[in-house]
Design a protein around this ligand. Structure first.
Ligand SMILES: [Zn+2]
Length: 111
C-alpha cells in the first residue's frame, strides 16, 4: 500500500460514516469503519495501520475529529451532520459535513 491518499478510499469512508454513523452525538472507531471498508474490492490490501492518514485528512477537512485513543483504536465524532449530494462537476455522489467548506471531496471544485 502506498502512502498516497487515495481519493476513492476517502470517498468510501465518508459514505460509510453517512450510512452508519451520521449522528453528531455518536462515537465511532477506526476499527468499525475499517471492518466495513475492507469488504470492498479496492481496499483488500489495506491494513488498520494504513488508515491513520485518511482519518488525519478527514480531520483537517473538518469532517470528523478524534476524541480518544487506546492503542490502535481511535474514537471519532462528527463536527456536523453529513449530507449526501451530487457534484455537478464530476457527477459523483458525495458526502459532506454541514460545517465543512463546500468543496467537492472528489474533484475539489466549489459546490
Ligand atoms: Zn466533484
Amino acid at each position: 500500500m502506498s502512502n498516497v491518499l487515495s481519493t476513492p478510499i476517502l470517498l468510501q469512508i465518508r459514505k460509510i460514516v453517512f450510512d452508519k454513523f451520521n449522528d453528531t452525538s455518536l462515537r465511532f472507531t477506526n476499527d468499525e469503519i475499517f471492518e466495513i471498508l475492507k469488504t470492498l474490492d479496492m481496499t483488500k490490501s489495506l491494513a488498520i495501520d494504513d488508515m491513520k492518514p485518511f482519518f488525519n485528512k478527514l480531520h483537517q477537512d473538518g469532517f470528523l475529529r478524534p476524541i480518544a485513543q487506546n492503542f490502535t483504536t481511535q474514537w471519532f465524532k462528527l463536527f456536523g451532520e453529513v449530507e449526501k449530494t451530487n457534484c455537478n462537476s464530476c457527477n459523483n455522489e458525495i458526502h459532506i459535513g454541514k460545517l465543512e467548506e463546500r468543496i467537492c471531496p472528489s474533484c475539489k471544485i466549489s459546490i
